[in-house]
Ligand binder design. Sequence first.
Ligand SMILES: [Fe+2]
Ligand SMILES: [Fe+2]
Length: 294
Amino acid sequence: MAELGADRAMNQKLFSRAIERLPVPSSVLRRISRLLADPETSANTIAEVLKLDPALSGKVLRLANSAYIGIPRTVSSLPHAVVLLGMKRIHGIVLTSELLKPFHHSTSLPFSMDRFRRHAVTVAFIAESIGRHLQRYDALNEHELFSGALLHDIGKLLAGAVDPDAVSEIHKRSRKLTIPFYRAESDEFSHTFLGLQLAQRWQFPTELSACIRGHHTAACFPELHRMVSIIHIADIMAHLLGYALYPDEKTPAIDDAALSAVQLPVERLRVIAEDILKQQEQIGSLLDIFDGER
Ligand SMILES: [Fe+2]
Ligand SMILES: [Fe+2]
């Protein structure tokens, strides 16, 4: 027992140090976050800030001209690209792009970074689609869902980079016991808890933090139950479509309370899933943004 206690203390130190060592949000991202808090902010203003990061501006323009948006005309102005993509979606893209950067070249990750990115982007597409299908969708919008979905499993990256052996052990245990990955984790080092610590360090808004902490236990977030429930359902749908982190991963069970919070018939969810399978080109365009070339 004493040894186990010492191990845990060491792990906590390792994770705390790793979180401290991660870069803080760039000045571009901080400025975009501040600007978005003001409802009067225009696409022009966001474009002006984006221009300060030429590599990122290039990617945003590329995305606006890709199958992701799918319009026949060429988009050459950054403000136009911001309007097309949406300001909050741009924020989600910048945030995710920055958060993934330190992990792109991590050679020790015990899972495929490609699969990680594809899972995140597929969940984002599904979550947005659920948002669009909901009528009287008042308290949040699709673009906030998009950021929450992209980042929901960010704690797995941190766990994989800091303690790859422990993550491999969790994966092995989940396979042996035929339980979902999250149920094979210990509470104190779960990916949702580690993700929350990261969210706190980066001062994420409450909604994003709730998506990260609560996507496997949506009922714990009554005030944001609908949003977290959408991420919960989108995550499970991505598993069912074959886009889990591990190819042999056990799909988590769907929470009935989350289903009733979202209030979409299962038949509608099936239609959404079929649409997602047809959107592989759009998903590929968004994946290019997070491909680690920067
Ligand atoms: Fe998760
Ligand atoms: Fe997930």
